[in-house]
Design a protein around this ligand. Sequence first.
Ligand SMILES: [Zn+2]
Ligand SMILES: [Zn+2]
Length: 323
Amino acid sequence: MNGRALPRRHIALGSFCLCCLPWSARQASAGALFPAYVTEVASGIYIRQGVTEDATPGNSDSIANIGFIVGRDAVAVIDPGGSLEDGQSLFLAIRQVTRLPIRYVVMTHVHPDHVFGAAAFQAEKPTFIGHANLPQALGIRGEYYRDSLERILGSGRAGPIVMPSVLVRDQAEIDLGGRTLVLTAHSTAHTNCDLSVVDRMTGVLLAGDLLFVNRVPSLDGDLRGWLAQLAILNALNVRSAVPGHGPALVDWADAAGSLNRYLTALLNAKQSNTASRSRTRRRLLACLNAAGGNCSMITTAVTSSNLTGLSSGSDTLGGNGKY
Ligand SMILES: [Zn+2]
Ligand SMILES: [Zn+2]
């Protein structure tokens, strides 16, 4: 295994040489950690689909879609995972595919389910990349997130906070060797530090939490801003995308259209009066159900979360621990 991706579409358990792994992965292996199950959704793009659950000790906060892209010379991780263990299992999955250096770890935004696995890659000495606002967001919330995650997962399981070493203000490109990734720093949308990735080779968009599918979108930024950023992403003419939550790969137009309708309904609800709120709730549910969501979960969330936010007139609906 020296440098080339194995021709396997699905990578599950398999043998690997422990002595070749960095300390963090060896320690994880000693604790019976297994490689993440990843799917090659497009040539050289491997995604571990997150579970549709909240973080629990059993799932190690592996609730977001995370993955990696393999170029000729190097690998880029696009979101390192929701905990140290989650990141370690992604590391093991990468090493089942390739021995190429992991040169970049892209962190799409501040939420813990996307970034707390970063420490699992530190031994590889990658460049950690984030939105220009990410250091401040992690500075303000990081310890709170880490404490909250440790209370859920158990002491020592969240992992340390890793700050990005390279920041993107507008747009940047990274080269994996014959394969260029375009990183775009967005204005406030899902959060104030959303970073998306487009793989030029395949045209696949890795949207982070700018795209939710089959899960209630949490809003921790700005509703109008999110709609505006969806329009900007639409202009890229990508055909398929990896959402932050949902299937590992979706048709971009369909998924973005559903999210757009949901966010627009939410915006209209914010602007409507109290008497029309129940009608709005029915529209939101119809909108989500049409998108194929989990009805019982969505019903609960829309009732207790989003409409609570609406009634307070707040755009910040992400404070309920769901990201
Ligand atoms: Zn998320
Ligand atoms: Zn998020």
